[in-house]
Ligand binder design. Structure first.
Ligand SMILES: *Cc1c(COP(=O)(O)O)cnc(C)c1O
Length: 368
């Protein structure tokens, strides 16, 4: 049987004709970048949509992570999770910071606060947790530890667009939160990212750092980088915001359909939310456990042979990549929960254009 391949994610693109007027404006104004009108409008629109006060847009999430660490002048050691996309720890290495890996919670697969204190040394300056799959971290416990030890908290919130807890946006937590708008994420600007800042002064420092450190035409206050988002990306962002709520409702329906279909399948465990009041259904991770007739690898291959490109997010663990595995904290014995999850996880296709028939086809392959 030959079918069109089904990928794990597919960007939500508005009708092309709706993008044309934005392009015409860009061609007309000749403003392509450097805090142009669409850039300013998107920052404003995202603050309103997400319910946060200050946002600085970036060219991608990784440069935003690197810049967030620069913003707070983080040095020494930073406690982080091995169970994430590799950019989380790479942003530390780019700042000559030593990552210290702590294991994850078995239910959420987020950084386990219980392991943080034991990993703190005199060199520790910050904690960098990840809201994995958009499920919020235990933000209260993490903040309490940070306060007790005088540490900063920078959230890699690349998966957490639009997620809310009882107090509002999860992006308000920590000293800074970093978003990614990569093509595979819930909200995309082709490539893009953002730093959510708690106050205007911090946003100003971020804005300087993402523009080479320029304050005005002749004054440079810091060795900044070029992290600016261009007008083309900002325009797509503005247009995409219009459809994001509808897309979320479709994601929610797909999530429910998977859960219903997989409920009776022995050995397949669907990861639950972490108590968020508004979820974003960014991913649909399952854990393939003993009792299931196939190993995770065999299931991954079976799906692939049937044109379904599920992804092993997150395998291998960051701590298993060559530039990290020599660290004392990277030892598998230090990370038993993360290691087990990495060997069991499979993220199933999840995007708004996925049809009920396609979901049923994935479920059937898993159940058969
Ligand atoms: C996507 C992602 C990033 C990197 O974002 P880019 O915009 O692709 O640079 C960082 N961390 C996590 C957890 C991600 O999923």
């Amino acid at each position: 049987m030959t079918r069109k391949p089904i990928y794990v994610a597919q960007p939500l693109l508005p009708p092309l004709e709706e993008f044309i007027p934005y392009l015409e404006n860009i061609w007309e104004s000749k403003i392509l970048t450097n805090n142009g009108p669409y850039h300013q409008q998107l920052e404003q629109a995202l603050c309103e949509h997400l319910g946060v006060k200050h946002i600085a847009l970036f060219t991608n999430g990784t440069v935003a992570l690197v810049t967030a660490l620069q913003t707070l002048r983080i040095k020494g050691e930073v406690i982080t999770t091995p169970y994430s996309f590799v950019a989380t720890a790479h942003s530390l290495l780019w700042n000559a910071i030593d990552p210290v890996f702590v294991d994850v919670d078995p239910n959420t697969l987020n950084l386990d606060p219980a392991g943080i204190e034991a990993a703190i040394t005199p060199q520790t300056t910050a904690i960098m947790p990840v809201h994995v799959y958009g499920h919020p971290c235990d933000v209260d416990r993490i903040q309490k530890i940070a306060d007790n030890y005088g540490l900063k908290v920078i959230y890699d919130a690349a998966h957490a667009f639009g997620v809310q807890d009882h107090g509002g946006s999860v992006l308000r937590h920590g000293d800074l939160s970093v978003l990614s708008f990569h093509a595979t994420k819930v909200f995309t600007t082709f490539e893009g990212g953002a730093i959510v800042c708690p106050d205007a002064k911090t946003k100003q420092r971020v804005d300087h750092l993402k523009n080479f450190g320029f304050v005005d035409e002749t004054i440079v206050v810091a060795p900044g980088i070029n992290g600016k988002m261009n007008e083309f990306s900002a325009a797509l962002g503005l247009l995409q915001l219009k459809g994001v709520d509808q897309a979320l409702r479709r994601r929610k329906a797909i999530d429910a359909r998977y859960r219903e279909g997989l409920a009776g399948v022995t050995g397949i465990h669907c990861l639950q939310g972490a108590g968020e009041t508004v979820a974003n259904y960014a991913y649909f991770p399952i854990l393939v456990r003993p009792g299931y007739p196939l190993t995770r690898e065999a299931l991954y291959k079976k799906l692939r042979d049937n044109g379904i490109h599920a992804r092993r997010y997150f395998y291998p663990l960051i701590s298993d990549f060559p530039m990290y595995r020599g660290l004392p904290s990277a030892a598998q014995s230090n990370l038993p929960v993360a290691s087990k999850a990495a060997s069991e996880v499979l993220c199933l296709p999840m995007y708004p254009a996925l049809s009920d028939e396609q979901v049923d086809c994935v479920v059937e392959l898993l159940a058969r």
